[in-house]
Design a protein around this ligand. Structure first.
Ligand code: GLU
Length: 306
């Protein structure tokens, strides 16, 4: 496993076309695109890593997997009256479908869907308690108390909130957001601003590898049925309008973020996190996708076989 990872990291170091870093906030625009890290955690807890796998980066939309898991834990299937479960085929921050579909986002992983999910989590909580709950959950699944919110990123997201604020207000106009929009956005921007390393992220995904149970800590996080369903949503919707391409090239449930991270789950085999800040045209990590493509070629881990 370590040899495979080293080979992939070597190969990635040679790549000259590394995509473009996200530039909608200065904290992401100023990241050095030459970085690459990858970590793999096996069900028994054995870990392998390469490159800067221990450097914290902004997980951004990868957080949507964790908030969906929290929301399902709180309100179960009632979440599906607020968001759908279909791929959107549209960019992550698109507003067009919302008008056609009466303010109900297509899935929990596009921005509108994640905003609706965090609104559901806020029920019965003060905004600060929601932030604490999200961070506590991520620390719990990663089995790592050192994970933190990067408050500069959260602040910057807030300053540049026009598009996400539009999505939230538009949904509110259909009566689909129950809390004050500013509070919901505050929670959403904080979840996006969680900073984690590849190693921490791969550990956080471990419960999705073994039917909802973290075999390393012996803690059950969700039921087998729920883990299977979260994985299927990641496969169909985890890369926005690039989800089909990711399934074709990699064939694993995965969730990307504009910080350049990808969490990928090989059910029964491993949790994998990769980070390279340069993005492709759709907003998914360019080298991250290429590295995962190489990994499944070497391991045969695609859920669709060799
Ligand atoms: N903070 C980003 C946004 O809301 C998250 C998008 C992403 O990671 O894909 O626009």
């Amino acid at each position: 496993m370590q040899d495979i990872l080293d080979k992939i990291a070597e190969e990635m170091a040679l790549r000259t076309d590394r995509g473009k870093v996200a530039d909608y906030i200065p904290q992401l625009a100023s990241i050095d695109p030459d970085q690459f890290g990858m970590a793999i955690v096996l069900p028994d807890g054995r870990q392998f890593s390469a490159g800067c796998a221990d450097k914290a980066f902004s997980i951004q939309s990868i957080s949507k997997v964790f908030t969906l898991t929290i929301a399902l834990g709180k309100i179960g299937d009632a979440i599906w009256s607020r968001v759908g479960r279909e791929p959107s085929g549209d960019p992550f921050n698109s507003i067009v479908q919302l008008e056609h579909e009466a303010g109900k986002p297509r899935n929990p992983f596009i921005n509108a869907g994640a905003i609706a999910v965090v609104d559901a989590i806020m029920m019965g909580h003060k905004p600060k308690e929601t932030l604490a709950e999200i961070l506590q959950f991520v620390r719990f699944v990663a089995n790592d108390e050192s994970i933190f919110f990067d408050s500069r990123v959260a602040q910057s997201e807030l300053l540049h909130r026009d598009r996400n604020a539009s999505l939230a207000h538009f949904m509110a106009s259909f009566g689909r957001i129950k809390h004050p929009v500013e509070n919901v956005l505050g929670a959403y921007f904080h979840q996006c601003a969680i900073a984690m390393s590849c190693t921490q992220l791969a550990n956080a995904g471990l419960f999705l590898v073994s039917d909802g149970m973290n075999m390393n800590t012996g803690v059950r996080v969700v039921s087998p049925q729920r883990a299977r369903r979260i994985n299927s949503l990641m496969l169909m919707c985890g890369h926005y309008d690039g989800s089909g391409e990711f399934a074709y090239r990699v064939g694993l449930p995965g969730k990307s973020g504009v910080g350049g991270g990808i969490l990928a789950i090989a059910p029964g085999k491993a949790s994998i996190a990769v980070w390279s800040p340069g993005l492709d045209d759709i907003g998914n990590s360019k080298l991250g996708t290429e590295a995962l493509e190489l990994l499944v070629q070497h391991t045969g881990w695609s859920i669709f076989g060799h």
